[in-house]
Write a protein that binds this ligand. Structure first.
Ligand code: ADP
Length: 243
């Protein structure tokens, strides 16, 4: 589904991504791990079009999407969430997801119809699928941090992605919130058949859900493979997992 080849991103000569490779098959749950500054977020920004690459290719469903604008990448079927929560704080949960659904349908609000009657079924279904339906009328800024991160996933689902990219989905979460998010990701992958690419520092979480792990260091891919292969790789143990 996704193949990243020899990808590079230079910031004034500093190579934040320096020849990274990545392969994501349909149905995979792929974790990208590596120390702070390894280039994980930059890699995601390159895939989703937030940044143009300096060199390399990003094949998504056999098309090179490197350098496409974010909204075009989104229309191709890739949605993402951010490390720092990115929602409309003053809108309700319902409205936040509704905006995403409408933008996918390329529709704006109809002046003659009450906003709460538009795209209702799909918006409700998405909120239900992430476990936030009972809070649909709340102002999003009043949610707990954990619920805000889950709402961001719901907004991403409004675009009906084939590939969902999550940048540190459990960052700043309590152990309980982390467990809820882990269950949600397992459900999105299992029941909805979504392909997921995420980066994460919580190794317990990574090894309990990932079908593939890619290890990044200094902008490069050290290894990509199934969890057991990565766990037993001496280079990874020395550099990252602590011997
Ligand atoms: P990670 O997500 O693995 O922590 P990042 O992709 O955020 O790593 O950052 C990789 C490196 O690129 C870091 O050294 C960071 O300081 C640098 N970097 C990231 N974005 C920029 C930018 N816009 N300008 C300059 N340097 C950047």
């Amino acid at each position: 589904m996704l193949q990243v080849e020899a990808l590079e991103k230079s910031f004034d000569g500093f190579m934040a991504v320096n020849g990274a490779t990545l392969k994501v098959e349909r149905g995979d749950v792929v974790a990208v791990i590596g120390p702070n500054g390894a280039g994980k977020t930059t890699l995601f920004n390159l895939i989703t079009g937030q940044l143009p690459p300096t060199a390399g290719a990003i094949w998504f469903k056999k098309e090179n999407i490197a350098g496409l604008a974010p909204h075009r990448v989104c229309r191709k079927g890739i949605s993402r969430s951010y490390q720092v929560v990115n929602i409309f704080n003053r809108l309700t949960l319902f409205e936040n997801v509704q905006v995403a659904v409408l933008s996918r349908r390329r529709k704006t609000f109809d002046l003659f119809r009450p906003a709460k009657t538009i795209a209702v079924d799909e918006t409700r279904r998405i909120l239900d699928s992430v476990g936030l339906l009972d809070k649909w009328a709340m102002t999003s800024g009043a949610l707990s941090h954990g619920d805000q991160k889950v709402l961001e996933i719901a907004i991403a689902l409004g675009n009906r992605p084939e590939l969902l990219i999550l940048d540190e989905p459990t960052a700043g979460m309590s152990p309980e919130e982390t467990a809820v998010t882990l269950r949600l990701m397992k459900r999105l992958s299992g029941e909805l058949g979504l392909t997921i690419l995420f980066c994460e520092h919580d190794m317990g979480m990574v090894f309990s859900i990932a079908t593939q792990i890619m290890v990044m260091q200094q902008g490069r891919t050290i290894i990509q493979g199934p969890p057991d292969e990565v766990r037993n790789n001496q280079q990874v143990r020395d550099a990252y997992l602590g011997g």
